[in-house]
Design a protein around this ligand. Structure first.
Ligand SMILES: Cc1cc2nc3c(=O)[nH]c(=O)nc-3n(C[C@H](O)[C@H](O)[C@H](O)COP(=O)(O)O)c2cc1C
Length: 177
């Protein structure tokens, strides 16, 4: 599994990725974590050259990321909720997946989506964050068997106190890898 973390801080999104990686290792399933916000990734200009060539004109860390995605059957996207939306880091990353999208190379892969926000569940703040990633995955021909929103996670370590919810989440992940 490739876990794509949409926050650059050493916070809840990265902690969740590390937790999933550790849990899967017990099942002998390998997971790798990438943090696009800490990589060198140019903004997509929308030139659409990759629609024809299947290759982006930029040479940056997306070359390596795209090769990793090609090799994986399952991707997990973890975004912090930002202004009720996904993080900019992840949006920039997703735009740069157009070479894979245009060649239908994402078709049939599985995508698990997680949003982590500070607000309470009844404020529905994280819904659009996770829904927008799920919509992208489904429009790319990927299956999206699991979407999960964690709420009330403001401080960087807030998720670590949600031990019961983390276990439930992990049970669902295991059903889908
Ligand atoms: C610019 C910014 C905007 C945010 N907007 C929201 C929001 O709309 N809803 C919400 O629930 N939390 C919001 N948050 C809080 C973060 O989602 C929350 O702290 C989350 O745990 C951050 O994940 P991280 O620890 O992986 O960075 C926002 C945080 C930042 C920095």
């Amino acid at each position: 599994m490739l876990i794509i973390v949409g926050s650059g801080r050493n916070g809840n999104s990265l902690a969740l990725a590390e937790y999933v990686k550790k849990e899967l290792a017990e099942d002998r399933i390998h997971a790798e974590i990438i943090v696009p916000g800490n990589q060198r990734i140019h903004l997509c200009t929308g030139c659409m050259d990759c629609d024809e060539s299947g290759v982006c004109d930029f040479t940056d860390d997306m070359k390596m990321d795209i090769e990793k995605i090609r090799k994986e059957d399952t991707l997990m996207f973890i975004t912090p909720t930002r202004w009720n939306l996904l993080s900019g880091d992840l949006k920039i990353f997703m735009d740069r997946l157009n070479p894979l999208y245009s060649r239908k190379e994402l078709v049939g892969k599985k995508g698990i989506v997680v949003a982590i926000g500070a607000k309470k569940k009844d404020m529905y703040s994280s819904n659009a964050a996770s829904d927008s990633i799920r919509d992208f995955l489904e429009s790319s021909g990927m299956e999206c068997p699991l979407v999960w929103n964690f709420h009330e996670c403001k401080e960087a370590d807030a998720l670590s106190y949600k031990t019961e919810e983390l276990k439930k989440f992990m049970e669902e992940v295991r059903k889908n890898v």
